[in-house]
Design a protein around this ligand. Structure first.
Ligand SMILES: [Zn+2]
Length: 87
């Protein structure tokens, strides 16, 4: 990860534990998507939980890994948005 933004110079290295919140965000989003897909397929299309297990388990492992840096960017963006002293 870069120490600062190449475009605006925003400091990207924060205090220890700052990006921990992005993990919660990533986990929460993964859970919401998995539950929405599960109930849509189960109640809407009658696909059994057994048939959904491995595709959704794969999703629950792959999605957080692929979304990791986006969750961090979102978390940093939220911090900059709400803390006006950084702008
Ligand atoms: Zn920037």
């Amino acid at each position: 990860m870069n120490a600062s933004c190449d475009h605006c110079g925003l400091d990207l290295v924060r205090e220890s534990g700052f990006y921990l919140g992005s993990i919660y965000f990533n986990y929460g989003l993964t859970t919401i998507i998995a539950l929405a897909v599960f109930f849509t397929l189960y109640l809407g299309y009658g696909i059994t939980p057994d048939a959904q297990l491995w595709p959704l388990a794969t999703f629950c492992v792959a999605f957080p890994l692929l979304f990791f840096r986006h969750a961090r960017a979102f978390w940093l963006g939220m911090d900059v948005f709400f803390d006006k002293s950084q702008q």
